[in-house]
Design a protein around this ligand. Sequence first.
Ligand code: NAD
Ligand code: GLY
Length: 363
Amino acid sequence: MTESIPVSLGNRSYSIHVGPGLLADVGRLLKPLAHGPVPVVTDANVAPLYLDRVISALRAHGIDSCPIELDAGEGTKSFRHLEKLTSALLASGVGRDGLIVALGGGVIGDLTGFAAGILKRGIDFAQVPTTLQAQVDSSVGGKTAINVAEGKNLIGVFHQPRIVLADTEVLTTLPAREQRAGYGEVVKYGVLGDRAFFEWLEANGNKALDGDPAAMAQAVATCCRMKAAIVARDERESGERALLNLGHTFGHALEAATGYSDRLLHGEGVAIGMALAFRLSVKLGLCPGQDAERFIRHLKAVGLPTEISDIPGGRPTAQELVEHIGHDKKAKGGTAVFVLLRGIGDAFLTQDVPVDAIQAALG
Ligand code: NAD
Ligand code: GLY
């Protein structure tokens, strides 16, 4: 059973299709958008698993494709790989009225979306996300970017995809740690605005992670519905969309302090970041302690880290983390923006957090 979720953005509206087995339907779903050869951009891990399936599904509907395989990993979101990708796209013969497919996790989606946004002043692209993180977050909403020495995601454009195809069956080949890290983003949706979904996750989260297809499809679809609604109300993040950064101000500081290494995956940083946001909210008298405890209990139940000391290889100092927070790209007018909580399902934005409270939360 697949579900189709609209993202309502006027003439840039599109649908997110969610469900098991969608890859087989890629040809039919992309046919109305494909004019000429379709480049399919993917990475070296995803290619042996799913590229042939996508190419055959396109061919079955008379669509010629041109595979472009890039290195896997965050390092691919770079100017060097952007240049390599844009050259390959130009060589593929894709026209201004053509379509580019991003088949992979957030790295491939962010890089391909950016390339599509600037190639020939903008070409349509389709997101076919293959990680849990990408299915519930990065493939939806049109944020695209690469990283530079000055920081992550600092060079990019808003470029909405024409369609998102989230085949939840492909998540079964994800390494367990990647799957759990993506789950950090899933819980985020419950915590930031849907207490009933959080309660559903308490009952069904482990079932979804253990491969129950219906539970996983339901979890992904619920997140996508929520993200679609937020993006439709605030496409350019002038307000509400920033709630999706819950756990990210602390999480990014932790990622930076651990050198964006294997010591801490993005979703793990977000999980610890959300736990810190809860503790800070309790300390500031904004949130009942039992909500923070309940949230942290759930993260532990699914095997996600909740403490800075859970990060292997030495604990970053509070001072170091405060400095990284000061450099956060989400700072407005030089002051970091925090997403804090009044409880599970009730997040809000504030720049009014005393530095000593932040330091204490990180200490
Ligand atoms: P990723 O793209 O690096 O994928 C993680 C790993 O899983 C990679 O090694 C990949 O090759 C492998 N993989 C992907 N699909 C697989 C599958 N089905 N089976 C087996 N292996 C598979 O990581 P990610 O977490 O998907 O994305 C992270 C990126 O997303 C970051 O760069 C982050 O900045 C970005 N992001 C963007 C947004 C946005 O709104 N644009 C939001 C959140 C995160
Ligand atoms: N991942 C945050 C956003 O899309 O706004």
